[in-house]
Design a protein around this ligand. Structure first.
Ligand code: FES
Length: 144
């Protein structure tokens, strides 16, 4: 079992939260926003390497939830896009709940994470990366 580390990287607007034990090494963060995410540098997150909006958008694409963020100053983010009314939910037989659209997730520890495009959420209870599906339902015979 991987050690559960939680690191944060801040600019004036947000704090990016990095939980390496959740990472599935999708690589999209450093391939798509390499001014900010630099896996060979320490610290590997350079908050000066992109705008807050670019960082939020990229963190929202993290498929595993290893990257998330929360806002430091709510009032400075008031121009942020509203996500309401832009979400479709599909139940995958024997699999996860697929959510298409941009939505904001507030985790139990208060961490806020924005997910964009398609995100799958565990319905079977077997995921090691809840609330997200990690494929743990496959081959179990679970029929939901
Ligand atoms: S639905 Fe996929 S792991 Fe639970």
């Amino acid at each position: 079992m991987k050690k559960e580390i939680k690191k944060e990287y801040r600019n004036d607007d947000i704090s990016v939260v990095w939980q390496p034990h959740l990472c599935i090494h999708d690589k999209s963060c450093w391939k798509e926003l390499n001014g900010v995410f630099k896996p060979l540098k320490r610290p590997w997150v350079n908050m000066e390497g992109g705008t807050t909006e670019e960082i939020i958008a990229q963190v929202g694409k993290c498929p595993s939830g290893a990257l998330s963020y929360y806002k430091l100053k709510e009032e400075e983010m008031e121009n942020q896009e509203s996500y309401e009314g832009n979400i479709k939910v599909k139940v995958i037989p024997g699999g996860p709940l697929m959510v298409t659209g941009t939505c904001e997730i507030t985790h139990a520890d208060g961490t806020v994470q924005v997910k964009e495009n398609k995100t799958t959420y565990c319905r079977c209870g077997l995921s090691a990366n809840k609330p997200f599906c990690d494929g743990g339902h496959k081959g179990t015979g679970w029929e939901g």
